[in-house]
Design a protein. Structure first.
Length: 404
């Protein structure tokens, strides 16, 4: 009886449509997972995602995967002419199931994640057809060309002009994590679009209450207690600069081998190439992807976080690294620089080449203040707690519900 009452008290029925969801890895997957967890106490949450062909069936039965998840069988693009296209998929039924779920689901809000993906376009079209208020979260700007810092390409410029503009015309509210992402979208918007800045979030409690456990977490991951620990965490692919980081680590280890330990966390298409690159190198570890409830441990065990990406929106890893009080070395792409404005422990890369990354890290390893906690930065990162982010989104949802 109490359970039925709780369900009845749920404020809104919300459908999240995302190209990625755990056990897939990466920023969008983690963000949507954590966001849905934060929203589910006050709302009835359902999720649609593309079925990732690379996920083992054993991983699909993880207890953390919600029952209200629908996976859509999809075919994936080949990695040509850009390797990033391997992340793009098209539903096998061309959207029939998505359309049916939206038509018959009695949803109050459709929240779509990512503007580059066919699954998103289909959901936006169906929501528009059935007059259901739609929120589009932009998780980046340019996201196609991994060879160019910033990711811009002629193909994507044409996409923005002819397709992105149509997508925006069918959305009620467009969310960007930073001002830079909103300004990117406004170039293609209609007078009817409402824009909101809502950043990504983290469970700050997990980090702040465990900052004193650095030694404990280093022991858990078999990391040296007395070395400067440099962390890369993300997909092992070209767009994330994973191989550039591996080559930078080789250069770095030749210069300050006895002072550092390098940790790479993740998996992806470049994993075998990265392992071959680092073969025979000591003081370096490659660790499998960590679950959302354990990821804070590897951050806290580290001292420096490196993000050498070719393009980004507002990477969740930057907020996680800030919350863990790490010094952040980053490429100036997407909204990264915007979000780091309130954080003092940072070094910007101009070109994000292996040589530049290595030189920056050599200089930092000579800095004796890496482990000091900046109280002002600690106050700043608390603004990214999921409770606040979920509250901001709930206000947007309620505003749209009133307009329906």
């Amino acid at each position: 009886m109490d359970q039925k009452k709780t369900i009845c008290q749920k404020e809104l029925k919300i459908l999240h449509v995302t190209p990625f969801f755990p056990p897939s890895i990466g920023g969008i997957a983690n963000l949507v997972y954590n966001l849905c967890n934060a929203l589910k106490f006050d709302n009835n949450i359902h999720i649609i995602t593309a079925r990732n062909k690379n996920i083992r069936n054993s991983d699909r039965h993880n207890e953390s995967i919600p029952r209200e998840l629908t996976e859509i069988k999809s075919i994936y693009f080949p990695g040509w002419p850009y390797s990033t296209l391997r992340n793009f998929s098209v539903p096998l039924d061309l959207g029939i199931k998505i359309n049916s779920i939206i038509k018959h689901g009695h949803f109050d809000i459709i929240h779509v994640h990512g503007h580059h993906y066919p699954i998103s376009w289909i959901a936006i079209r169906s929501a528009y057809r059935y007059k259901i208020p739609t929120v589009l979260s932009l998780h980046g700007t340019y996201a196609l060309n991994p060879k160019a810092l910033g990711g811009r390409s002629l193909i994507e410029d044409l996409f923005n002009k002819y397709i992105f503009r149509k997508i925006l015309s069918k959305c009620n509210v467009v969310i960007g994590g930073t001002k830079q992402i909103i300004e990117y979208a406004e170039k293609y918007s209609t007078p009817y679009n409402k824009f909101r800045i809502v950043p990504n979030g983290v469970n700050t409690h997990n980090y702040i209450t465990n900052l004193t456990k650095k030694k404990e977490y280093r022991s858990k991951f078999n990391i040296h207690q007395d070395k400067v620990v440099i962390l890369f965490l993300g997909r092992f692919d070209e767009s994330k600069g994973a191989l550039d980081f591996a080559n930078a680590a080789k250069l770095l280890l030749k210069q300050v081998k006895n002072k550092i330990e390098v940790v790479m966390v993740g998996k992806g298409e470049l994993e075998s190439e990265i392992r071959a690159c680092l073969k025979g190198m000591t003081n370096i570890k490659i660790i499998e992807w960590q679950s959302a409830d354990k990821i804070h441990e590897i951050y806290i065990a580290s001292d420096i976080y490196v993000l050498p990406s070719k393009f980004e929106g507002l990477p969740l890893t930057i907020i996680e690294a800030m919350t863990a009080n790490l010094h952040i070395v980053y490429s100036n792409v997407g909204g990264v620089r915007d979000i780091l404005q309130g954080y003092s422990k940072k070094s910007m890369l101009t070109h994000a080449t292996p040589e530049e990354i290595s030189k920056t890290l050599v200089d930092l390893c000579k800095d004796g203040s890496l482990k000091e906690i900046d109280n002002l930065s600690t106050t700043y990162v608390q603004t990214f707690d999921w409770s606040k982010i979920a509250g901001d989104l709930s206000l947007i949802y309620k505003e749209l519900k009133l307009m329906k």
